[in-house]
Write a protein that binds this ligand. Structure first.
Ligand SMILES: CC/C=C\C/C=C\C/C=C\C/C=C\CC/C=C/C(=O)SCCNC(=O)CCNC(=O)[C@H](O)C(C)(C)COP(=O)(O)OP(=O)(O)OC[C@H]1O[C@@H](n2cnc3c(N)ncnc32)[C@H](O)[C@@H]1OP(=O)(O)O
Ligand SMILES: Cc1cc2nc3c(=O)[nH]c(=O)nc-3n(C[C@H](O)[C@H](O)[C@H](O)COP(=O)(O)OP(=O)(O)OC[C@H]3O[C@@H](n4cnc5c(N)ncnc54)[C@H](O)[C@@H]3O)c2cc1C
Length: 672
C-alpha cells in the first residue's frame, strides 16, 4: 500500500467495501502486473518518479490556456525525462519501451500527454529497428541522453492509411552524397507527428526514395530540423502546430514540409535497405514490409495501453459507485449505493474483466512479438505475416473496446463523470485517438481479413496453417461443434463463428468473380463481412488467450483469488456470447435454451462479483497521483474533492468577473 493510502480518512462506504473483499488483493495485483517482480519494479519506479513532487500543479492543467498548458507540459517533460534517463532506464533497460510502466508513471505528470512521448515511444524504437549497428552507435546514445529530441513523421495531410501513396520525396544526389528532401504539394506536408510542432529538433521522415531516376518506395530517414542552439527551423524546413485537437493538446502534434532540403546519405536508416555512394540501391531485408516495423511494435504495445487506461477508468467508476447513493427503489429504505443496481454492475464489471483480458492478451502478444523478432534476427521472417495479422486485429479491437468502455464508465458516473476533474473525459479523449492512429480500426481489421482468407485457401488446399488459425482446419471438416455452456464451449463456438464467416467471405469473393469482376472489386464488395469475420477471429483469440492464461496464472494462487479470477473470465466469455448471440445462433449449434442458461449464469456472476468489486479495482493499484480523479481517489472523499477542485477554477478568483463591467452591465443599462 502506498503512503497516501495509509494516512487518510476513508469514506465509510468504501471502508465497508474493503472489509467485504474476500481475496488477497496483492496476488491479483501481481497477476495484473505480470508477476511479483514486475509489481515491485513498478512500485520502485513510481516511488522514484512521484516522490520528487515535480508532478504537482497549483492550477489544474485543464484550467490553463493552450500555450501555458504546452509550456507546463514541456517543463514537466524535462523533469520526467531526467528521472527516466538517470534512474528509471537503469532499472528497466530498453525493455521499458515496450512496458507500460513508463506511461503509467507519466500519467502522474501529465493529465494530457507529454510532448516527449513519441521520442521514447517511436523515435528511439525506430532507431533500434531501422538503423544499422553503426548508425545506432551514432544516434541511440544521443537520443537516450536527450541530447536530441525526435518525432516520427510518416502521415501527410493527404495520406495516413495509404503509406505507399506518400508524396514526400528523398532524391539521392551522388555528386554531394546527399538526399534532397522535398514536399511537392500541400497534401505532401507531414501532418500529425507528436512532439513535432514546437518541441523536436530531429525527426524520422518517411519518404519515397529516388535514386538513379528510379523510385524504390517509402523509406525512413533521420532529419535534423532545428538548430541545436537557437531551435530555429533550418532553411528549407517549415514546421508548426496542426491546431487544437479533441485531446492530445499538450502532445505538440505538428506539420512539416521541405523545400529541396539536403541531408547526408548516412541519414537514411539503412538496416533494411541501403543507397551506396554511387547511388546504387541495395535491398538488405528478406521481407518487403520490414520498414513498417515500428508500427507493428507500437500496435503491440497499444494493447496493454488500452488495458491500463480501461483499468484506470474502471477504478474511478467502481469507487465512485460505492460512494454514490441515489433513488429509493424500496419505500422507507435508505438510498442504495448505485453499485447495488444490477444495471450498474452490468456496466462496470465487464470493464474490470476486459482490463484483465486485454492485459493478459497484451502480455502474450508481447512475448509472441519478441519470439518473432528473435526469429527474424536469425534471418527467418516466416512468422511476420501472422504477427502482422494478430497485432493488427488486437490493436483494433483492444483500442475500440477500451474507448467504448471508458465512455461507459463516464456514463456510469452520471453528471460528475462529465467533469474534467473526474479525469474520465481526458482518458477517453486519449484512448479514442488510439482507435485511429497507428492504423485505423477498419483498415487494420481488413489487413487481418486478408491473412485469414489466405489461411482459409491453404486449409481448403489441404495445407497446414499457422497456430492462431489452426482452428480453421477443424471447421473445414464441417464437423458440428458441440456446444456447452462452459468456457471451452464458448471458445469453440467463437472459433466456429469465425471460421464460418471467413469461409463465407472466401465463397462470396469467388461468387462475385464468377460474374466477371476482378479480385480487387470482389474483395471490396465483401469488405463489410470481412471486417466482421476479422472481429470474430479476434474475439476468439482474446477469449482463448484470456481463459488459457488465467488458468495458468492462477494455478498457484490462493483459492479465493482463483475463484474471483475465474468468475471474471467467465463473465467476459458469457458477456460476449450474449452480445454475439445472433452470430452464435447463426453459425454454431447453440440453442435458445442454452442462451437463457447463459443469461442466468451472467446475472449470478454479477451478484457473486459485487462484494469484491472495490477490491478488484484496488488490485489495479493506481496511486491517486496517477489516477488524478476527484471521483476515484482511494479515500472516496468525492464531494469534498469536487468542491476543492471547483474552487481552483480561475472563474472563482473573485465574486465579479471583468466581463460583467465590460459587457453585461452596459447591456442591462441599455448602453450596448
Ligand atoms: C514516456 C513514454 C514511454 C513510452 C511510450 C510507450 C508506448 C507508446 C505508445 C503509444 C505511442 C503513442 C502515440 C502514437 C502516435 C501515433 C503515431 C502514428 O500514428 S504513426 C503513423 C502510423 N500509420 C499507420 O499505421 C498507417 C496504417 N497503414 C498501414 O499500415 C499500411 O499502409 C497498410 C497495412 C494499411 C497497407 O500497406 P500497403 O503497403 O499498401 O500494403 P498492402 O495492403 O498492399 O499489403 C501488402 C502486403 O504487406 C503486408 N503488410 C502490410 N503491413 C505489414 C506489416 N506492418 N508487417 C508485415 N506485413 C505487412 C500485407 O498483409 C500484405 O501481405 P500479403 O500480400 O497479403 O501477403
Ligand atoms: C492523436 C493522433 C496522433 C497521431 N500521431 C502521429 C504521429 O506521431 N506520426 C504520424 O506519422 N502520424 C500520426 N497520426 C496519424 C495517424 O496515424 C493517421 O491519422 C491514421 O493512420 C489514419 O489515417 P488517416 O488519418 O489518413 O485516415 P483515413 O485513411 O483518411 O481514414 C478515413 C476513413 O476512411 C476509411 N478508410 C481508409 N482507407 C480505407 C480502406 N482501404 N478500406 C476501407 N476504409 C478505408 C477509414 O476506415 C476511416 O474511416 C496521429 C493521429 C492522431 C489522431
Amino acid at each position: 500500500m502506498s503512503t497516501d493510502k495509509m494516512s487518510v480518512k476513508v469514506n465509510v462506504d468504501l471502508q465497508k467495501e474493503r472489509q467485504k473483499c474476500n481475496f488477497n488483493i496483492q496476488e491479483v495485483t501481481f497477476i495484473f502486473d505480470g508477476g511479483k517482480e514486475q509489481t515491485l519494479q513498478r512500485k520502485k519506479i513510481e516511488d522514484i518518479a512521484l516522490n520528487s513532487g515535480a508532478s504537482i500543479d497549483s492550477i489544474p492543467e485543464e484550467c490553463l490556456g493552450l500555450k501555458e498548458r504546452y509550456d507546463n507540459a514541456v517543463r514537466k517533460s524535462c523533469i520526467y525525462s531526467r528521472i527516466v534517463k538517470n534512474e528509471i532506464l537503469e532499472i528497466t533497460g530498453l525493455e521499458a519501451l515496450g512496458n507500460p510502466v513508463l506511461r503509467r508513471t507519466a500519467d502522474a505528470f501529465f493529465k494530457e500527454i507529454s510532448p516527449f512521448m513519441l521520442h521514447l515511444g517511436m523515435f528511439v524504437p525506430t532507431i533500434i529497428g531501422q538503423c544499422t549497428e553503426e548508425q545506432q552507435a551514432k544516434w541511440l546514445p544521443r537520443a537516450l541522453e536527450m541530447q536530441i529530441i525526435g518525432a516520427y513523421a510518416q502521415t501527410e495531410l493527404g495520406h495516413g492509411t495509404f503509406i505507399r501513396g506518400l508524396e514526400t520525396t528523398a532524391t539521392y544526389d551522388p555528386e554531394t552524397e546527399e538526399f534532397v528532401l522535398h514536399s511537392p504539394t500541400l497534401t505532401s506536408y507531414k501532418w500529425w507527428a507528436g512532439g513535432l510542432g514546437n518541441t523536436a529538433n530531429h525527426c524520422i521522415v518517411v519518404a519515397q526514395l529516388y535514386t538513379k531516376g528510379q523510385c524504390h518506395g517509402t523509406h525512413p530517414f533521420i532529419v535534423p530540423i532545428r538548430d541545436m542552439e537557437t531551435h530555429e527551423p533550418f532553411p528549407g524546413v517549415k514546421v508548426g502546430d496542426v491546431g487544437v485537437r479533441m485531446g492530445f493538446n499538450t502532445a505538440d502534434n505538428g506539420f512539416l514540409s521541405f523545400n529541396h532540403y539536403r541531408i547526408p546519405r548516412e541519414n537514411m536508416m539503412m538496416k533494411n535497405a541501403k543507397v551506396l555512394k554511387d547511388g546504387t540501391y541495395v535491398k538488405v531485408a528478406r521481407h518487403e514490409k520490414l520498414t513498417y516495423g515500428t508500427m507493428v511494435f507500437v500496435r503491440v504495445t497499444l494493447v496493454k495501453e488500452a488495458a491500463i487506461n480501461l483499468a484506470k477508468a474502471a477504478t474511478i467508476a467502481v469507487r465512485y459507485s460505492a460512494v454514490r447513493r441515489q433513488s429509493q427503489p424500496k419505500p422507507d429504505a435508505p438510498e442504495p449505493q448505485i453499485i447495488d443496481y444490477p444495471t450498474q454492475q452490468h456496466k462496470l464489471f465487464i470493464c474490470i474483466a476486459t482490463a484483465h483480458a486485454l492485459q493478459i492478451t497484451g502480455d502474450w502478444l508481447w512475448r509472441t512479438f519478441k519470439d518473432v523478432l528473435a526469429d527474424m534476427r536469425g534471418g527467418n521472417t516466416d512468422s511476420l505475416p501472422e504477427l502482422h495479422a494478430l497485432s493488427s486485429c488486437l490493436k483494433a479491437i483492444s483500442t475500440s473496446d477500451s474507448a467504448a468502455y471508458i465512455e461507459q464508465c463516464r456514463f456510469a458516473c452520471g453528471g460528475h463523470g462529465y467533469m474534467l476533474s473526474s479525469n474520465l473525459p481526458l482518458i477517453y479523449s486519449f484512448v479514442t485517438a488510439t482507435r485511429t492512429y497507428e492504423g485505423d480500426y477498419t483498415v487494420l481489421l481488413l489487413q487481418t481479413a486478408r491473412f485469414l482468407v489466405k489461411a482459409w485457401e491453404q486449409v481448403e488446399a489441404g495445407k497446414s496453417v499457422t497456430p492462431t488459425v489452426s482452428y480453421l482446419t477443424l471447421a473445414a471438416t464441417k464437423e458440428k461443434v458441440l456446444w456447452n455452456d462452459f468456457a471451452e464451449g464458448i471458445i469453440r463456438s467463437f472459433q466456429a463463428v469465425a471460421a464460418r464467416k471467413i469461409s463465407a467471405c472466401a465463397e462470396t469473393i469467388k461468387r462475385h468473380m464468377k460474374t466477371g469482376i476482378c479480385y480487387e472489386d470482389a474483395w471490396q464488395l465483401t469488405t463489410v463481412r470481412l471486417v466482421s469475420a476479422a472481429e470474430s477471429h479476434c474475439r476468439s483469440v482474446i477469449c482463448q488467450t484470456y481463459w488459457n492464461e488465467i488458468t495458468r496464472l492462477t494455478a498457484s494462487c490462493s483459492t479465493n483469488v482463483k475463484i474471483v479470477m475465474e468468475q471474471l473470465a467467465t463473465l467476459y466469455l458469457i458477456y460476449w456470447a450474449l452480445e454475439r448471440s445472433g452470430d452464435l445462433l447463426r453459425y454454431s449449434t447453440i440453442s435458445e435454451k442454452d442462451l437463457n442458461r447463459l443469461q442466468e449464469r451472467y446475472e449470478e456472476l454479477l451478484a457473486l462479483i459485487r462484494p469484491n468489486a472495490v477490491g478488484l479495482v484496488d488490485a489495479f493499484d493506481f496511486r491517486d497521483e496517477i489516477l488524478r480523479s476527484t471521483l476515484g481517489a482511494y479515500d472516496g472523499r468525492v464531494y469534498e474533492r469536487l468542491m476543492e477542485e471547483a474552487l481552483k477554477s480561475p472563474l472563482n478568483d473573485g465574486p465579479v468577473q471583468a466581463s460583467f463591467h465590460k459587457y453585461i452591465k452596459p447591456l442591462t443599462k441599455g448602453k450596448l
